[in-house]
Design a protein around this ligand. Structure first.
Ligand code: ATP
Ligand code: MG
Length: 808
């Protein structure tokens, strides 16, 4: 539309409006015709349904600019919903840039939650709240539910509060107030769900509080029951824009539909292939229903992708085509071919992290045939947050700056800090901070009063808190359940500290070192501990009740936290003992300062939605990890399809270089666990993928793979490295058919290398870190090996394999 047409459209409008409309609009020139149509179709419903990287967000932003530039709306008359606060900030910045001026206001550009808080503060009284209501965090919410569960006389071991919280959140996501919970849900939470929901809402009102789900639910209720309020906002928000519409849940959808009900000036953009929040109640059906909800909607389809190279796009399309019931879109691009998607298999997760670190440095130097990239231009996208640990450790070791987006860094996570506090206390019983952190975690009935008693006892005797606790126990200062629990903790800590070292034994006197007579006496010394520090860590976490605390926790985060704990134990393996590990962590945490410099981003695939990076690494493509076993177990084919959309989201974040990797083994509790490459790897179209051979020990560098000798990318990756071992082949034969959901055991196998570690003197062996060598000494489970390159070392037999068994 030319500016002349604009003027026609404004015929009869005020002079100022016409003059506004006549202003130049350079931002329109940056758009293709389809985008431009979506931007210029200012009135009435518009749906932009298009694949990744086709410029939906860009067009949405341009539309805001256009509304402002043409004087259709003032900044505060535009309601624009983004998925994250970060995306909202970014959009505001871009609007300003496109407009060539700073945008004042735009108070209604934000997330559903941030917008609803503001609205609810204005109308709180309509749902019997005061405008200064508090927003409860999860902990408060759970505490409240616990009280209600107890009042109902329900056994909260079988029916934990966190489960109730999940049930209630689910109802809120569906915009169901207690009265509206359908009969079909009556049996929820032992048949008490609906009743407890009503009680919970009543209690929140008494406390003048809301939870996150309420923010939307209350606003929907207000709009549904107060026509005048609704109309006021229908008039006020003259234009509504929504990004990532495919991930809205029912409550959000209703809220939007109500607000747009008058003028119907609503523009939603989304991609059904990127719906990845089904597990949180998002309904991809919302986007597919748009044309029905808003008859006569202007539907814009964008097909040109501006983000990625053709290889990347085709790889992504290949994977997503495995999903049923999609709208189906063909994406094309004018960008030159570029690099194929790279696929590489590694021996294990640490090797994967090492390789990625090296690659990032190589890309930074520009030695991969591309222009040098800055760290900001690279990202690692993982399926599960526990995967981050290996990368964080590696990057800290090599001093590669990184940032974790959308969550704390591994060692800052609550469960990791808790677990580390236990370890610290075992290693140094005087660590009062560690003691304070764990004394009542898990809950031991040691509240403020009991803790004060301990502190008084410690201070009176000039000893540590742990010692103070022992005194308090001995003197019976803490009564009841708490007292018993404290005794258990104190005893436990003593026991675990004891296990740090082996039993006392007599040692001979070293004549050279004798300095006085006393030294001449027979000396006693602790022998080596009879358990590994990994085993000790597990014992601590188990016996303290910490692991059980998360096992009994029914929140969606709990499984992730348990995985992080496993990952923590895994991290210990790289260290000689617990103390060495604790030192490592405190040093690296201390070194970390945010200097504002360029950093590699590490985040989950979920957090990467809407973002783009020139180089993207997608590690951990192993069945069970990605697609996630849990997601398949819980939701079957639906779950698998959501995982596949995640894969699509992941690949399409990459602009120039996309690298997918998997590890053949992950070490879990000191044992090797083999896993299969992700089924999504087989879905990648071969023509767009390069299989790499891991360098160094594993082969002859890039491109040395036995290309094309068998069909299927997975097979080629297999040939390229670790998958020729007999164990692997057995495994493959066993799992050649891979139904959507099958028990984990049948797909993973635990190879107990201890069982095969009967080595003989002189035997050729292989160690993952030190390479090949010959056995020169055998001492129980430890071997002395003369490594070809690394010299003589003592290593645990478990980490060794016979040279003949090395699968590459
Ligand atoms: P996603 O589905 O991943 O959210 P999207 O459809 O929102 O993607 P954008 O992020 O808006 O896509 O755009 C992808 C990239 O393409 C951005 O770098 C954007 O600046 C660029 N782009 C979009 N439209 C055009 C255009 N018409 N001309 C040039 N570049 C464009
Ligand atoms: Mg977008």
């Amino acid at each position: 539309m030319s500016s002349f047409d604009e003027m026609d459209a404004f015929e009869g409008a005020s002079l100022s409006a016409r003059a506004m409309a006549a202003r130049p609009a350079p931002y329109l020139d940056e758009l293709n015709p389809a985008q431009r149509a979506a931007v210029e179709a200012l009135d009435g419903p518009v749906l932009m349904l298009a694949g990744a990287g086709t410029g939906k967000t860009k067009a949405l932003t341009a539309r805001i600019v256009h509304l402002l530039n043409t004087g259709r709306a003032r900044p505060n008359e535009i309601l624009a919903v983004t998925f994250t606060n970060k995306a909202a900030r970014e959009m505001k910045l871009r609007v300003g840039r496109m407009l060539g001026e700073t945008v004042e206001g735009m108070p209604w550009l934000g997330t559903f939650h941030s917008i609803c808080v503001k609205l609810l503060r204005r109308h709180a009284e309509l749902v019997e709240l005061k405008s200064n209501f508090t927003i409860l965090d999860t902990d408060d919410q759970i505490r409240l539910m616990k009280q209600l569960i107890a009042a109902e006389g329900i056994d909260d071991k079988r029916w934990p509060a966190r489960m109730l919280s999940g049930v209630i959140d689910g109802w809120k996501n569906r915009a169901l107030t207690p009265e509206k919970v359908p009969a079909a849900d009556a049996s929820a939470f032992n048949g008490k769900g609906p009743k407890l929901y009503a009680a919970y809402q009543a209690r929140l009102r008494e406390l003048n509080a809301v939870d996150f789900g309420d923010l939307l639910l209350h606003m929907v209720t207000i709009f549904q029951t107060h026509e005048d309020v609704l109309q006021q906002y229908q008039r006020w928000f003259r234009y509504i824009l929504v990004d990532e519409y495919q991930d809205t849940n029912v409550a959000q959808y209703l809220w939007l539909r109500l607000l747009a009900g008058g003028h119907k000036n609503i523009c939603c953009v989304g991609d059904d292939d990127q719906s990845i929040y089904g597990w949180r109640g998002a309904e991809v059906g919302n986007i597919l229903r748009f044309e029905k909800d808003f008859p006569g909607a202007h539907v814009v389809r964008l097909e040109q992708n501006y983000r990625s190279t053709p290889h990347i796009l085709k790889a992504a399309s290949g994977v997503i085509s495995g999903n049923q019931g999609r709208l189906g879109k063909e994406l094309w691009t004018e960008v030159p071919d570029g690099e194929k998607v790279r696929l590489i298999g590694h021996w294990d997760g640490d090797e994967e992290a090492r390789w990625v670190g090296d690659e990032i440095e190589a890309l930074q130097r520009g030695s991969r045939g591309m222009d040098p990239l800055s760290l900001d231009q690279m990202a690692i996208l993982v399926r599960a947050s526990h995967q981050m640990r290996a990368f964080e450790d590696r990057f800290l070791t090599i001093g590669l700056p990184y940032r974790v987006i959308g969550g704390p860094r591994f060692y800052e996570r609550m469960e990791i800090r808790d677990a580390m506090a236990y370890f610290r206390l075992v290693v140094s019983p005087d660590d009062d901070l560690a003691f304070e952190r764990i004394v009542n975690t898990p809950k031991r009935g040691l509240g403020d009063k009991a803790q004060q008693t301990i502190q008084v006892a410690a201070r009176a005797n000039g000893v540590s808190l742990l010692e103070g606790a022992r005194i308090a126990v001995e003197q019976g200062l803490i009564k009841g359940k708490g007292g018993g629990a404290l005794r258990e903790l104190v005893d436990g800590l003593a026991r675990w500290t004891g296990k740090l070292r082996g039993p006392l034994r007599e040692v001979g006197v070293d004549a050279d070192r004798v300095v006085d007579d006393e030294d001449r006496a027979v000396r006693m010394e602790h022998g080596p501990s009879d358990i590994s520090h990994m085993e000790l860590a597990e014992i601590i976490l188990d016996e303290s009740g910490y692991t059980a605390m998360w096992q009994n926790d029914k929140t969606p985060e709990a499984p992730g936290r348990l995985e992080n704990l496993k990952e923590l134990v895994k991290a210990l393996e790289g260290f000689e003992n617990l103390q060495g590990f604790l030192e490592h962590v405190s040093l690296i945490m201390d070194n970390e300062t945010d200097d504002g410099g360029a950093k590699v981003s590490i985040m989950t695939l979920h957090a990467a939605k809407g973002l783009e990076f020139p180089a993207v690494f997608l590690p951990g493509w192993e069945d069970g990890l990605f697609p996630s076993q849990r997601s398949m177990d819980e939701s079957g084919v639906k779950g698998l399809e959501e995982e596949r959309r995640l894969a699509y989201v992941g690949i399409t974040r990459a602009e120039e270089l996309c690298t997918i990797s998997f590890a053949a083994n992950r070490r879990v509790f000191g044992q090797w666990q083999s896993s299969m490459p992700s089924r999504f790897i087989d879905e990648l179209p071969e023509a767009h993928v390069d299989v790499l051979t891991p360098p160094g020990l594993y082969g002859g560098g890039y491109g040395a793979a036995g290309m094309g000798m068998s069909s299927g990318i997975e097979a080629r990756a297999a040939e390229a490295n670790v998958y020729n071992s007999p164990g692997w082949k057995r495994l493959q034969a066993r799992s050649s058919e891979r139904p959507v959901s099958q028990p984990r055991e049948s797909r993973t196998t635990v190879i107990d290398l201890d069982a095969v570690s009967a080595y003989t003197m002189g035997e050729r062996v292989f160690h993952q870190k030190f390479g090949y060598g010959a056995v020169t000494g055998i001492e129980g489970d430890k071997l002395e090996i003369d490594f070809d390159k690394a010299g003589v070392k003592k290593v645990v037999a478990r980490f060794i394999m016979a040279a003949d068994d090395v699968p590459f």
